[in-house]
Design a protein. Structure first.
Length: 186
């Protein structure tokens, strides 16, 4: 792993654990046992560092989704497995994302990247003849994640996550491009 990636990953951990105020170049150097000034060499400002964190979240999310999509063919299952993976193996990323998205000190451009870091609105819209249904699918997925992260929904089980997705896709099925997916409800 290169140093830029290691720094972005360490920043994710610091923000998830201690919040944005704890994120300093010195804290990252300390966490990674790098010589003082190392993080500043790669990312001169905190804004540069936050942009790298947002880009890293996009990269990690994309890799996770692609890894799941190549093994599943049912859209509801792909999305449910992706959510399950995020909620069981990527909670640090989720906590950091929420902390940064909600902090007004984070520039709007970075918050915009973070808002699209987990789900591609553009790709979701491509699934449907009616783009608003893609928007709805992304909103549903964001809600399912928030329910678990904030403690409203206890189950992270794939089947429990899949059910509302399958119901949504069944209802929006007439708008899906091509053949309606096998949602397992018919």
């Amino acid at each position: 792993m290169d140093r830029r990636t290691a720094i972005a990953d360490a920043a994710l951990g610091i923000v998830a654990r201690d919040g944005l105020r704890a994120l300093t170049h010195r804290a990252i150097d300390s966490a990674l046992e790098y010589p003082a000034g190392s993080t500043s060499y790669y990312f001169r400002t905190k804004a540069d560092l936050l942009a790298a964190v947002a880009a890293r979240l996009v990269e990690l999310s994309h890799a996770s989704f692609v890894g799941i999509a190549v093994t599943e063919h049912d859209l509801a299952s792909v999305v449910a497995r992706y959510l399950h993976d995020a909620l069981t193996h990527r909670m640090v990323e989720l906590r950091a994302r929420y902390a940064l998205m909600l902090d007004p000190a984070v520039a709007q451009g970075i918050r915009d990247v973070l808002a699209r870091a987990l789900f591609s609105l553009e790709r979701a819209r491509e699934l449907f003849d009616e783009p608003a249904h893609g928007d709805g699918l992304v909103s549903l997925c964001e809600g399912l994640i928030a329910d678990v992260v904030f403690g409203r929904r206890a189950s992270k089980d794939v089947a429990a996550l899949r059910m509302p997705i399958a119901v949504y896709l069944q209802g929006a099925g007439s708008s899906l491009r091509g053949n309606a997916p096998d949602t397992g409800l018919a």
